[in-house]
Design a protein around this ligand. Sequence first.
Ligand code: NAD
Length: 355
Amino acid sequence: MHIAEYMSANGHEQFAVWTDPAVGLKAFIAIHDTTLGPALGGTRIWPHKTEEDAILDVLRLAKAMTYKSAAAGLPLGGGKGLIIADPRKDKTEALFRSYGRFVNTLGGRYIATEDVGATARDVEWMSYETRHLVGLPRELGGSGNPAVVTGFGLHQAMRACARAVWGSDSLAGKRVAMQGFGNVANSLSEHLLKAGAKLVVTDISEEARRRARAMAGVEVVESPDDIFDVECDVFAPCALGGVLNERTIPRLKCPIVCGGANNQLAEAVDAERLQQRNILYAPDYIVNAGGVINVYYELGRPYNAEAAMATAARIHDTMERVIAMSKQRGITTAHAADLLAEERLSAARRVRVVR
Ligand code: NAD
């Protein structure tokens, strides 16, 4: 693979590599764009089969963070870290401290936080070597569980979708089908139940389904794959990526898709497939920005929870702007979200030139 060529074609600024054989560490950090601020993004721990897969993954994820923070109106750029390791057996304090030293060499251009395969404990280990990170536990001055703000932001986005489809923000009496009943879905469900919505949930974990069964106002779908066929007002993917695809989109029986999972569309063309079925798709990175908003308010600790909630509340207006843009320009909401982010980035680039 021609890394520099790929980076240049996709607007990437920097790609850094770190190895430390003494602790078994091979890691990459991709800094996609720092126009708006330092590149913030999680560090994933994953045993990729080839280095090429790992490099492409971290570059793609870094770019996605640029768009997420830009559209959320944060003064942050996009970056991502990757440790090539098995999160179930390779994690040690020495490994994360070495990785923390790697983060430190970038002098704050990259700000790390947890991602798939990492925990708050791992971030704490990194923090012994660098202050350029967020996502510490609340007891250490950090922002703790991001799902609280993510779920709140999702509820705001869903209200904006409801207004576009039914003329009112109210979700009272609406039926929301949730795929996955983990951290984000739990937080979202609290807001929805309070708003008078009815929930239909599923999860591949029996423990999660048991928890859902015990809740009033919640119906449980016992075979996870059946969730796509549920008649509902909103389908909320809150588990994995790639769930909206050629096979599942024809099955959906809802006018709105709005959920917390990252990378919900299997392919770009799936945004068009949804539009052709007259389903309003709430772009994932617009509506799940509560997570990055939450950690942003941890920079310069202590964490400011009130500011995080106030900023996440703006996801409602951002979603309305995306819907308006998609209608005005005759494009999908996914395309409108990208344009919103790109327009903010290019406006900021002009300010930089003037300065
Ligand atoms: P989580 O691990 O707490 O919950 C995910 C749940 O989905 C688990 O209970 C799992 O058993 C279930 N699941 C997995 N595959 C499934 C399937 N095929 N069908 C049904 N259920 C399935 O994770 P989370 O923190 O709630 O995150 C959920 C999604 O939201 C992820 O895609 C994550 O990247 C994204 N996200 C999370 C945050 C956050 O603040 N935690 C922020 C932004 C985006």
